[in-house]
Design a protein around this ligand. Sequence first.
Ligand code: NAD
Length: 232
Amino acid sequence: MAEIPTAAISRLVTYLRILEQLESQDVSRTSSSDLAERAGVSAFQVRKDLAYFGRFGTRGMGYTVPILKRELVRVLGLNQTWNVVIVGMGRLGQAIANYPGASDYQFQYAGLFDVSPGIVGQQIRNLTVQHMDDLKGFVMQNKVDMGFLAVPPDRAQDAAQALVDAGVRGILNFAPVVIQPPSEGGVNAQEISDEWRAVIIENVDFLAGMKRLAFYILNPHLKDAPMTEDPE
Ligand code: NAD
């Protein structure tokens, strides 16, 4: 498969959200121009993003909403169960654990972890917060795929290391720090261990969004215009 820009994957997630909305409004057909308008991109962009993964519509006829939705769910891997642990059960960790939306797509919170004696042992929804010392055994026994990292910034690297040692395949990092694979003598791809190389890290930072927003409110003319050209 050709290399796919990260932004295209983000847009697929947006298209999926739009398709869910259309489905909830009993709309059965859509088109690249309709999706484009709702997503704030061009129809060319929509067709290009979808084309990375196959042919989903019929030329001139557009797409059947439930079929395109099903295909995007499959492409994004949302038709399988993902076991998740949350590391750091403070304000953010608890808010994430209590938010029900993740289970819509079979993201299951399998375990919650912290180090604070005041938090370990607490019951949050149907789970008891466990100590980090038990993370590795838990991840292995429960086939955990992902870890959400919601610890203070100065604890994030160590907690990420614990998740990598435990064998998770992906980390969603909420702490405002760059998680780095450890390497002696600087970051050198050759020195990165296989465990770290195998882990995908995604960062979520609403403060970064606020900063971008401030900049674009002050400099609206610098905001990207959606791609409008259609070379087809
Ligand atoms: P908090 O202080 O309320 O909670 C942090 C929790 O982490 C505490 O319960 C603490 O005991 C636990 N902890 C500390 N070290 C640990 C370790 N090594 N292993 C496991 N648990 C550990 O903090 P918060 O307000 O919930 O914020 C958590 C993180 O999320 C911070 O880094 C914060 O900057 C970040 N944050 C990000 C966003 C975002 O949009 N990405 C939004 C809010 C907060």
